[in-house]
Design a protein around this ligand. Structure first.
Ligand code: DGL
Length: 263
């Protein structure tokens, strides 16, 4: 099998990006790494997180012999893309909130960004909004508890409807809202439940398809000789977690091996 595209997230959120990748590039050799020992990223201090993300990604690229790194995490991408590109010799594809397509799609010009505390407050996000949604009203809604809900859901545990309702409650107060950006890769995993509890008819936009298109540009066509045989490897910083193994196996990945993230 040829060298894989490595998908990285703090937890299972990157699996929403794996789905988009497989839809656009069936057979693409993939590997997955999550830093679940440090989950959640969205409430951690930037200076600590930056070092941690670089250490984990450098170790995971070496372990997987990846040809491309996909940072399938908005919280990590809005902070660490530059540092990762400086440190790694392979192409790095990032994930940032889908503000641009949301601003194009919205008829009312009123958008909400649903993401982690870190992502909604980052200068990177300020710049995205200024550049692509200057003509819109963009409400920033931090919804960190949805990260743990997505982890539970993929581990086969039930969702807590009260937590979802609390996270979505700020949306009901936004007049003329018609578009919600899912600015955390964990959130598309809950899309059906979120949509069923939303205050009104809104479009839900995430970055999965755009990332997959970018990966296609970077890797080019996947020839039949390099199509994956199905042995998708995964790594985690806290692999001894039956829920995680279950989530990975639902997406065709082998149980995670331990990643030692020491730099
Ligand atoms: N999945 C990550 C993102 O896209 C964040 C989850 C976390 O807080 O660890 O932002």
């Amino acid at each position: 099998m040829s060298r894989p595209v490595l998908v990285f997230d703090s937890g299972v959120g990157g699996l929403s990006v794996v789905t988009a990748l497989r839809q656009q590039v069936p057979g693409l050799p993939l590997a997955y790494v999550c830093d679940n020992a440090a989950l959640p990223y969205g409430t951690k201090p930037d200076s600590w997180l930056l070092r941690r993300i670089v250490d984990v990604c450098v170790a995971a690229v070496a372990a997987s012999d990846a040809r491309v790194l996909v940072v399938a995490c908005n919280t990590a991408s809005t902070l660490a893309l530059e540092a990762l590109r400086e440190r790694l010799a392979i192409p790095v594809v990032g994930t940032v909130p889908a503000i641009k397509p949301a601003a194009r799609l919205s008829r009312s010009g009123v958008i909400a960004l649903l993401a982690t505390t870190a992502t909604v407050t980052r200068p990177y996000t300020d710049r995205l909004i200024e550049e692509f949604a200057g003509h819109c009203t963009v409400a920033r809604v931090a919804a960190d508890p949805l990260v743990a809900q997505a982890e539970r859901w993929l581990a086969g545990e039930p969702l807590d409807a009260r937590v979802l309702a609390e996270c979505l409650a700020p949306l009901a107060a936004i007049a003329k809202l018609d578009t919600v950006v899912l600015g955390c890769t964990h959130f598309p995993l809950l899309r059906e439940s979120l949509a069923s509890m939303a205050p009104g008819p809104v479009h839900w936009i995430d970055s999965g398809d755009a990332i997959a298109r970018r990966v296609v540009q970077v890797v080019g066509e996947v020839s039949q000789s390099t199509v994956s045989s199905g042995a998708f490897l995964s790594w985690a910083t806290a692999p001894d977690n039956p829920g995680l193994a279950r989530a990975f196996s639902g997406f065709g990945f082998q149980p995670p091996k331990r990643l030692n993230e020491a730099s």
